[in-house]
Design a binder for this molecule. Structure first.
Ligand code: NAD
Ligand code: UFG
Length: 336
C-alpha cells in the first residue's frame, strides 16, 4: 500500500514508518517539524534501508496538501500530526484547536477531494476523563478533562460523522495509553524538547545525570504501593498496532474506536524498580505532592484490539526500560 503519514517524523510516527517500510509499504511523510527533526529520516533509512518520501508542510495548509494528494493516489492515511502537551493546551487552547481540530478537518477535506477514505487516527486514552474505571473499555463514557483531550474527542466525532454520512469511509481511531520506549536499535526514540513532562523520558534524563532526581508525584494513592498506575505500552508494539489497523480496514467499513494498551497496570515505583534492575542503575527520587489532574489508575481493556485487529502487545516493561535507556545513552541530546 501507499500510505500518507502525517506527523511521521515525530516519536510514534517514526516508529510506525519503520514498521510500514519493513512490511514493504510505500510511505510519504508530511510534517511541519514543529516538534521533530528532519534527521529522523536518515535514521529511518538506517534501520530499514529505505528512506521515506518527505514534505515539510503544515496539515492546515490546504493548497500544500492538495499538491501531495495530486502527486499520487494514497491507499490510506495515518494521521499522527498534532500537538500533545496537556498543560500547554490549558494555557493556549487555540493552538490545540487550530493544530488538532482545524488541521484534521483540512486533512480530511483534502482526502475527500481525492477519494482517499481510509484513515487511522491517533487518539488518546485521555478522552475517557478522570473518573473512568479501569480496565477501561471503549464504550466507557468520554469526559476529557482538558482542551487537548477535547480536541482528540472532536476529531473522533468528525470521523464518526463522516463514516455515518458515506459508506466508503473506513476509520480506526486508536486510543493510545502511555507509549514509552524506543526502537531496539537505539537509532530512533523520543526526543522531548526541554525538561520532559512524562515519567519515562524524565527517568532517562535522571539516569543520564542531566536531571538530578525524579519527583514521584503522590505516595498516598489507594494502590498497593501508594503510587499512581498507568498502562505503559512499548512504542514498537504500538506502531505495529497501526499496521494491524490498516489490515483491518481492508476488510471492514465504518468507524472503529480501539484502545491500544497492554491491559496491565504498572505503578510509578514498579516502573522505577524495573528501570533500575534491567539497566543496573540507581535513580535518585523523592516523594512529592500529587500532580493536579492525575488519575489514580488508568489501564486499558485490550480485548477489542485482540478481537478486531488480532493484535496483542508482545514487549514487556523490561523491554520498554532497556530500549528507552539504550536510545538515551546513544543520543543524550536527541537528534543533534
Ligand atoms: P510528536 O510531537 O513526537 O509527533 C507529532 C508530530 O506532528 C511532530 O513531528 C510535529 O512536528 C508534527 N506536527 C504537529 N502539528 C503539526 C501540523 N499542524 N502540521 C504538520 N505536522 C504537525 O508526538 P507523538 O508522541 O509522536 O504523538 C503522535 C500522535 O499521537 C499525536 O497526535 C498525539 O496527540 C497522539 N498521542 C500521543 C501520546 C503520547 O503519549 N505520546 C498519547 C496519546 C496520543
Ligand atoms: N510521574 C511522576 N513524576 C514525573 C512524571 C510523571 O511521578 O516526573 C507520574 C505521574 O504522576 C503519573 C505517571 O508518572 O502517575 C505517568 O505520568 P506521565 O506524565 O508519563 O503520563 P500520564 O498518564 O500523566 O499522561 C499521558 C500523556 C498525556 C495523556 C495521558 C492520558 O502524557 O498526554 O497519558 O492518555 F493525556
Amino acid at each position: 500500500m501507499k500510505i500518507l503519514v502525517t506527523g511521521g517524523t515525530g516519536y510514534i510516527g517514526s516508529h510506525a514508518c519503520v514498521e510500514l517500510l519493513t512490511a514493504g509499504h510505500a510511505v510519504v511523510i508530511v510534517d511541519n517539524l514543529s516538534n521533530s527533526s528532519p534527521r529522523v529520516l536518515e535514521r529511518i533509512a538506517q534501520i530499514t534501508g529505505r528512506q521515506p518520501a518527505f514534505h515539510e508542510l503544515d496539515v492546515r495548509d490546504r493548497a500544500a496538501l492538495d499538491r501531495i494528494f495530486d502527486a499520487g493516489k494514497f491507499d490510506a492515511i495515518i494521521h499522527f500530526a498534532g500537538v500533545k502537551a496537556v498543560a500547554e493546551s490549558v494555557a493556549d487552547p487555540l493552538k490545540y484547536y487550530s493544530n488538532n481540530v482545524y488541521g484534521s478537518l483540512t486533512l480530511f477535506e483534502a482526502a475527500a477531494r481525492h477519494d482517499v477514505t481510509r484513515v487511522v487516527f491517533s487518539s488518546s486514552a485521555t478522552v475517557y476523563g478522570e473518573t473512568a474505571r479501569s480496565p477501561i473499555r471503549e464504550d466507557a463514557a468520554t469526559a476529557p478533562a482538558n482542551p487537548y483531550g477535547r480536541t482528540k474527542l472532536i476529531v473522533e466525532q468528525q470521523l464518526g460523522d463522516l463514516c455515518a454520512a458515506g459508506s466508503e469511509w473506513r476509520v480506526a481511531a486508536l486510543r493510545y495509553f502511555n507509549p514509552v520506549g524506543a526502537h531496539p536499535s537505539g537509532i530512533i526514540g523520543e526526543a522531548p524538547q526541554g525538561v520532559p513532562n512524562n515519567l519515562m523520558p524524565y527517568v532517562c534524563q535522571v539516569a543520564a545525570g542531566r536531571l538530578s532526581e525524579l519527583s514521584v508525584f503522590g505516595h498516598d494513592y489507594p494502590t498497593p504501593d501508594g503510587t499512581a498506575i498507568r498502562d505503559y505500552i512499548h512504542v514498537v508494539d504500538l506502531a505495529r498496532g497501526h499496521l494491524k489497523a490498516l489490515e483491518y480496514l481492508e476488510r471492514t467499513r465504518g468507524m472503529h474506536v480501539i484502545n491500544l494498551g497492554t491491559g496491565r497496570g504498572t505503578s510509578v515505583l514498579d516502573m522505577l524498580g524495573t528501570f533500575e534492575r534491567v539497566n543496573a542503575l540507581r535513580i535518585p527520587h523523592r516523594f512529592t505532592a500529587r500532580r493536579p489532574g492525575d488519575t489514580t489508575e488508568t489501564y486499558a481493556d485490550a480485548a477489542r484490539a485482540a478481537q478486531f485487529l488480532g493484535w496483542r502487545t508482545e514487549l514487556t516493561l523490561a523491554d520498554m526500560c532497556r530500549d528507552a535507556w539504550r536510545w538515551q545513552q546513544a543520543n543524550p541530546a536527541g537528534y543533534v
